[in-house]
Design a protein around this ligand. Structure first.
Ligand code: PXG
Length: 443
């Protein structure tokens, strides 16, 4: 059915993470998608410059995924997630064990990145308790970090707007973010900043490592505006966590499954976390799914707890954990995302992307540009009176020019589908450049 502002009450659908009042003035709808394009109900095509919300690297309407889900629907539409399972869940967990680095071999399934973050935090506490170290309960996140919107995730998250309304959070501390003024307009991984990992020591000086369960970071801060750490930063963080008996969790909801040109951010930076969370591209965004992949030690510790073997080792899970349709979608997506030819293509396109996004350096209002793999952000100089307005206005202009552009804070973010061409990337940034120039003229 076509959407009609007069036929539908605008207020019945309370949009997620949206200025609903602005949306009501200017509703933006898409009702079809194919490949790298969305289409409005009026038929206007829009380049999908963020792969949906970072989640559809294979583009829209992928035939193998559609077929896999349809087939699965005819076999098993739902299976109880507790005490019962189904073959595809094991097939997918085996696949993830094979793909995830090192001994990350044991997957707990959930339905989103937010659930994955909270699951990982609970798992870290349960692990230390099983080890007889129940006092290790505090968590360390990072400024500008994003780990979803549930209470655990906003506690370790470091985007103030996502936390400030909600009162008391978990007992958490934050590393400084990895954005440095001297790295402005650096291409790819910046050189400066390994030393920022040492801020962990200042936190430990006050809190003591004996109280800390885990450090959680995104290998590259996505929602915070594609903030790329220096090459040695995560290695140093790993070293410090090892020295102080602290678990290291990588939130790979954005970096997982090829966005950086390696299957995981852990592979890209060559650092092994103890727990890795993922979602989004896992199913190409077609069916919601998240996953928490833990190492052998954590799994063995939880399994080897004393007590009767009918007891539940980790009392946690969701009605839709390992949903059959999500598993089908994930297996069909991974079959494509793991093809070496696709990863080579991503790496090749990353060069084109880097060149195209950095061509906007020197435009009015552009105060920084960052990129890694097929992800990038353009930081717009904030209007001191309305700090969050400009990026939103520029995104609206891009829409009129046929490009869907995501904004967050004062950043415009880009993560094009892996199936796009060099010309698509150039076209997208040409329109964005026009939008920025036209907008700057109105100020
Ligand atoms: N962790 C990370 C690193 C994320 O990027 C989540 C957890 C939460 O996932 P769910 O599935 O619960 O939304 C995310 C989500 C953006 C944007 O434009 C980013 C996300 C979601 C929506 C928009 O940067 N990241």
């Amino acid at each position: 059915m076509t959407f009609h502002p007069n036929r539908h009450s605008m207020s019945s659908h309370w949009l997620a993470f949206t200025s609903n009042r602005r949306f009501h003035q200017q509703p933006r709808l898409v009702d079809r998608a194919e490949g790298i394009f969305y289409y409005t109900p009026q038929g206007q095509p829009l380049y999908d410059s963020l792969s949906g919300l970072w989640c559809t690297p294979l583009g829209h309407g992928n035939q193998a995924i559609t077929e896999a889900i349809s087939r699965q629907l005819g076999y098993l539409d739902y299976a109880p997630a507790f005490n019962v399972s189904h073959p595809l869940a094991f097939e997918l967990a085996d696949k993830l064990a094979e793909l995830a680095p090192g001994d990350l071999n044991h997957t707990l399934f959930c339905n989103s990145g937010s659930e994955a973050a909270d699951t990982a935090l609970k798992l870290a506490r349960a692990y230390w308790r099983a080890k007889g170290r129940a006092e290790k309960t505090k968590f360390i996140g990072r400024s500008k970090g994003y780990h979803g919107v549930n209470f655990g995730g906003i506690s370790v998250g470091g985007i103030v707007g996502n936390r400030k309304l909600y009162g008391q959070t978990l007992d958490t501390y934050h590393l400084p973010h990895t954005w440095l003024a001297q790295n402005r307009f650096a291409k790819g991984v910046p050189t400066e900043g390994d030393y920022l990992a040492d801020s962990l020591l200042s936190i430990l000086e006050v809190q003591d490592a004996s109280n800390i369960a885990a450090v959680i970071v995104e290998p590259m801060a996505g929602s915070g505006g594609v903030i790329v750490p220096s090459a040695g930063y995560l290695k140093r963080l790993r070293e410090l966590c090892d020295q102080h008996d602290i678990l290291l969790i990588f939130d790979e909801v954005i970096t997982g499954f090829g966005r950086l040109g390696s299957l995981f951010g852990a592979d890209f930076f060559d650092v092994q976390p103890d727990i890795l969370t993922c979602a989004k591209a896992l199913t190409n965004g077609v069916v919601p799914m998240g996953a928490v992949i833990s190492n052998d030690d954590i799994y063995a510790t939880l399994m080897d707890q004393p007590g009767d073997d009918y007891l539940i080792e980790f009392p946690h899970g969701y009605t839709y954990s390992a949903h059959p349709l999500a598993c089908a979608s994930a297996l069909a997506s991974l079959a494509q995302l793991t093809k070496p030819a696709l990863m080579s293509k991503v790496r090749e396109l990353s060069g084109v992307f880097e060149q195209a996004i950095h061509q906007l350096k020197g435009l009015p209002l552009v105060e920084d540009i960052r990129n890694i793999g097929l992800a990038g952000a353009i930081q717009i100089e904030a209007d001191p009176a309305h700090p969050l307005k400009r990026a939103s206005d520029i995104s609206a202009l891009c829409w009129d020019k046929g490009v869907y552009v995501r904004f967050g804070g004062n950043n415009l973010s880009f993560a094009p589908p892996f199936i796009c061409t060099a010309e698509d990337i150039q076209h997208i940034f040409a329109r964005v450049a026009e939008a920025i120039q036209e907008y700057a003229k109105t100020l």
